[in-house]
Design a protein around this ligand. Structure first.
Ligand code: FES
Length: 179
């Protein structure tokens, strides 16, 4: 009996199966790789929140920043920390070497760019489309349509606690736009 045909068919089938397996594995690997960055954003930040929704201010590596370290900086310093939901947040060192209880979220109300503090002009200056903000986050020049978001800042045991600002916005006398 000639068994060459079945053997050839078996060999062909095996190659097909192997190709199918490799193709499937490649697609699965590509999908996993492409979804990983999305998944990262879907995972909530691992942060402990207090009863008032407060979080501990952290540096870019996720390490809590002692208040004493920031308070070594000269008065007027705007120190950038990771705050609520990891939002970059400016803390202000006051003349009496304490932290201002009002923090300013570094997220332009025009299209969401982050921006530096310009100590010479005493302004937050957005590099994207030129919006300017006063030290308290009030708009000096658009296109930003709204003042910058505020947060509460407190210190306990040298930890900096940042909590949501839900009360009246003292700059406008109105309910905050972000609440
Ligand atoms: S995002 Fe800041 S001015 Fe446009």
């Amino acid at each position: 009996m000639d068994q060459s045909v079945p053997l050839a068919a078996d060999a062909s089938l095996s190659r097909r199966q192997l190709l199918n397996f490799l193709t499937g594995a490649t697609v699965a690997t590509a999908l996993t790789a492409s979804l990983y960055p999305v998944g990262q954003f879907l995972v909530p930040p691992g942060e402990d929140t207090g009863a008032d929704g407060s979080v501990v201010a952290r540096d870019r590596f996720g390490t809590p920043i002692p208040a004493s370290r920031i308070l070594q900086e000269p008065p007027g310093t705007r120190a950038l920390v990771a705050g609520l939901a990891g939002e970059p947040t400016y803390l202000v060192v006051k003349e009496d070497r304490t932290l201002d209880t009002m923090g300013i979220v570094n997220n332009c109300t025009h299209l969401g760019c982050t921006f530096p503090w310009n100590p010479l002009d005493q302004q937050f200056q957005c590099p994207c489309h030129g919006s300017l903000y006063a030290p308290d986050g009030t708009v000096v020049r658009g296109p930003a349509p709204l003042p910058l978001k505020l947060v509460h800042v407190a210190v306990a045991n040298d930890l900096i606690l940042i909590s949501p600002w839900r009360e009246t916005d003292p700059r406008t006398g109105m309910k905050p736009w972000w609440v």
